[in-house]
Design a protein around this ligand. Sequence first.
Ligand code: BV8
Length: 247
Amino acid sequence: MNADGLDEAEVRERIAAARCLAVLTGAGVSAESGVPTFRDAQTGLWARFRPEELATPEAFRARPAFVWDWYLHRRRSLADVKSNAAHEALADWARRHPGRMTLITQNVDGLHQRAGSTGVLALHGDLMRDQWLEPPRDCCDDGELDAGPPPRCPHCGNLRRPAVVWFGEMLPVDALEAAQRAAQRCQVMLVVGTSGAVHPAAGLAITARRSGAFVVVVNPDQTELDAVADLCLRGSAATLLPRLLSD
Ligand code: BV8
């Protein structure tokens, strides 16, 4: 067996022995479903912008229709997308081992939930849902909207926006606190398909390592969390996760 085989065997043994397994995923876990990652080049009208320039409250307030259309484009591209073997391996393991996995995702594509994962800690929100831009008044009713784009309250003009966490916005407190608890308590953390560039999500791997967990990066490329990991398994999520989580 080559070194990688030994590494995978060690990770499988540690997962089998772990009372608590935490998994932190990023856009790479959806790559094999055909969903472009955040680092992939944007397409079409938005090609000349980096996501960090579009996924902000300032960008939305400055160009609401342009940013709204970017989200509509991303929603439509998700309509026919299927979860892949990585999402399914995670959902299947959690079903076989109730209460032992905490799945934390930075993704907003809903593919973990589509694969059957429950209790997913979605740190960056949900691309398929909307919310009010300003705190809603009595007149704001999402059943009665002017079309826009973006859709708005016909009475006070409050805009609808995607229910995602933009850069510069706080993460949902309950999800983040639950993720931090899982990072502190787990014996093993798998860090799958993330460049580790976005905080505070990426910091969860540091918390896990500092709390004594065995941290494993699963990624075909180098990441900003490689130095935090005990082991880096170079490969794709849809190939490696079914092997690491088969028991
Ligand atoms: C906040 C929703 C504070 C929107 C997203 C330090 C501490 C705290 C904050 C900061 C900090 N430093 C900087 C910040 C600010 C900022 C930040 O992190 N900026 C970065 C760019 C430096 N963070 C924030 O603004 C956060 N908020 O800190 O608030 C605060 C406090 C008080 C009061 C007010 C505010 C909010 C961050 C959330 C941003 N929203 N998404 C939308 O989607 O439109 S983040 C976005 O990036 C996506 O969710 C994405 O998932 C995420 C991270 O990217 P990755 O998932 O890692 O994806 P990426 O493309 O980078 O990498 C893909 C990886 O997959 C690669 O490594 C690739 O090799 C790999 N891969 C490819 N194929 C495969 C694969 N892996 C496996 N298998 C494959 N087949």
